[in-house]
Design a protein around this ligand. Structure first.
Ligand SMILES: Cc1ncc(COP(=O)(O)O)c(C=O)c1O
Length: 409
């Protein structure tokens, strides 16, 4: 794709436009009864979240409760095992609750409090967003309902217990493929019946406007910290930045700080077990333009044009669409989208554990897998990976399905 004439120095202030469009992607395709409520959230977001009171409160929470800033660390042994290219990690696994998701959940929870809402509601795939939201609900004293597909409930049992312990209701979703897409459908339907007292805290940079913008802004703390930390550590910017892409929040969070820099940006999608429909969830790589869950983006479709069945070893990545900003940055040629298969991901999961003492989330292991390939190709230079979460939640699943291969049984 050709790089179009976009001024990335002013990009964050001008994108999306006032109707929530990133180029032709985004918008708010919602039932008429929700239009007013979404406008209210949009206006409140601009008025409240940009106030110094809100910002200083969120800063204090990030420092005292979340444990931010999370560090950047150099992976010396991993880098040496590949060659001369130096790999670094932004350690979102060390953010409270073990993933980047808490960054937007605390922002959304604080906004809910300012708006006088009593309850927050959401879907979850891997359970990380659900745990983060349940944590925010406990912190702010809000009720919390989390919708989760039955397949993911079975796969991510420890996170289900965590959400319950934190006081959330976990509501199983048993239709369709019983994974993330169906959980979003169910959460949205429930929200329509109770939006007056409730706010829907979407789990990524997806959904109707203003959510893709709001979640991006709350996640941008990752990139702001990482850019400064990397400069401080090395005196330079990284040559490449790599992040996994499900809906795309950890990727946007890190990349937003580097859009105006001479840094290559790579988003990594899940290739699962193959390129046929139902074998992967690589929306940007194999999808086409379409509307789902209230926003226009690039999505995977079946023969009838409906959202296609998707699969990934990582529950947090198996979503048949992608945040509208990613679709836009792809068209602009500013971010390059690549894939990592289940097998490559399992290899990276094992290698990072053994060489660096860091067990990554299976979602994040996709980024590590691609970065390892990229490091071989680049030969020299530096790569910064967003290690979006820790892998404890995945251990049981990995032992059951890959235990023999990894020598864990
Ligand atoms: C650790 C981790 N990384 C990445 C993702 C993918 O989400 P996103 O693409 O919004 O960062 C998830 C989703 O659950 C996750 O738990």
């Amino acid at each position: 794709m050709l790089e179009k004439n976009v001024d990335f120095a002013t990009y964050a202030k001008t994108t999306p436009d006032k109707n929530g469009y990133f180029g032709t992607y985004g918008g708010a395709y919602i039932p008429p009864q929700l239009v007013e409520e979404f406008e209210r959230i949009s206006v409140a977001y601009q008025a409240i979240c940009k106030s110094s009171k809100f910002i200083s409160e969120l800063r204090r929470i990030r420092k005292e409760f979340q444990g931010r800033p999370t560090p950047v660390c150099h992976c010396e042994r991993l880098s040496n095992s590949i060659g001369n290219c130096q790999i670094y990690l932004k350690r979102e696994d060390l953010n409270h609750t073990g993933a980047h998701k808490l960054n937007h959940c605390m922002g959304e929870g604080l906004l809910a409090k300012y708006l006088g809402k009593k309850k927050i509601i959401a879907e979850t795939g891997a359970g990380q967003h659900g745990v983060a939201l349940a944590t925010a609900a406990a912190y702010f004293g809000l009720e919390c309902d989390i919708y989760m597909g039955e397949v993911d409930i079975a796969k991510q049992a420890p996170n289900v217990s965590r959400m319950k312990l934190l006081g959330a209701r976990v509501i199983p979703v048993s239709h369709g493929l019983k994974t993330l897409k169906e959980a979003v459908d169910a959460a949205f339907e429930a929200y329509m019946g109770e939006f007056e007292d409730t706010i829907y805290c979407i789990g990524s940079v997806v959904g109707p406007h203003p959510f893709p913008m709001m979640v991006r802004d709350f996640q941008s703390v990752v990139g702001i910290e990482a850019r400064e930390q990397f400069l401080d550590m090395t005196g330079e910017l990284p040559d490449a930045v790599v992040a996994c892409v499900g809906g795309g929040s950890n990727a946007i969070g890190l990349m937003s700080a580097f859009l105006n820099d001479p840094v290559k940006l790579y988003g990594v999608e899940p290739l699962g077990i193959g390129t046929k429909m139902g074998e992967h969830a690589a929306s940007m790589t194999y999808g086409s333009e379409g509307i789902m869950h209230g926003f226009n983006s690039i999505m995977l479709k079946d023969e009838k044009g409906e959202p296609a069945p998707v699969y990934s070893i990582a529950s947090g990545l198996d979503y048949p669409s992608v945040g509208p900003e990613h679709a836009y940055l792809h068209d602009l040629g500013r971010v390059i989208y690549k894939t990592a298969s289940d097998d490559e991901t399992i290899e990276a999961f094992s290698v990072l554990s053994k060489l660096e003492g860091i067990i990554p989330a299976l979602e994040s292991a996709h980024a590590v897998a691609y970065a390892m390939k990229l490091a071989k190709e680049m030969k020299t230079g530096t790569i910064l990976i967003n290690l979006s979460g820790r892998g404890d939640k995945d251990l049981e699943y990995v032992i059951e399905h890959y235990g023999d291969r990894l020598g864990l049984k």
